[in-house]
Unconditional design. Sequence first.
Length: 249
Amino acid sequence: MKFHILTIFPRFFDQLFDYGVVGRAVRQGLIEVHVYDLRNWTFDPHRTVDDRPFGGGEGMVLKPEPIFLAVEEILPERGKDKKVVLLSAQGRLFHQDIAREFSQLSELVLICGRYEGVDERVAEHLADEEISIGDYVLSGGELAAAVVVDAVARLVPGVVGKPGSVAAESFSLRDEEGRTVLLDWPHYTRPAEFRGLRVPEVLLSGNHEAIQRWRLAAARQKTARLRPDLIRRGGPSSSEGEIRSFTLK
Ligand code: 9WO
């Protein structure tokens, strides 16, 4: 799968995809990440990418023309297996299902906004989708694009080692429709006691059934405490029997 990132700060991504799972995927040729300087599609002496907002107001807005020209050159043929996405705080909220959908694409173009915003014609007439990674204001779309590349790349077949381990690993346990129902359970490693803090005894017991039960209960408690919204969503039906049908690590 090919990722294309359009930005006025190409150096921002210099070592971002050199490490870990994504870095290995790049080196194995499973994914390609191409970064483009938006100023390559400007033709005035100052390589201008921004202009003042119609209607007045603070700050500057990214002009449509360099963005349109860049995307038309990066993706000369649009198609169902190619998508152009504008990262913006006004977009549809990014989540794992969208990552999974994007991982089926052959090419994904990510447009990073800056300054006070991007000319709305980019969102309306160039991008297939406008995506936000969360309800906070960033200084630009670059960090959001990096988040999307990371989340999508690891779902590309072959990127995460053992088949099935992407599903088992978590963020979460999911139901048959892919809805998140439980956060991952707590993890511990040695030492069994650190600064007086003991690892839950059951994890040292070697009793794998008891360990499974503990993990499920701990995941439920933690989900209820930190993400009550996931429980209210209705997927989980707190009955033991149904939860047991999920694949456990
Ligand atoms: C500023 C602002 C001020 C008051 C109320 C709402 C507001 N929204 C914004 C805003 O979205 N500013 C953008 C910040 C302007 C363009 C650069 N910025 C940005 C944020 N680019 N991309 C993001 C972003 C945020 C979250 N997920 C994906 C992209």
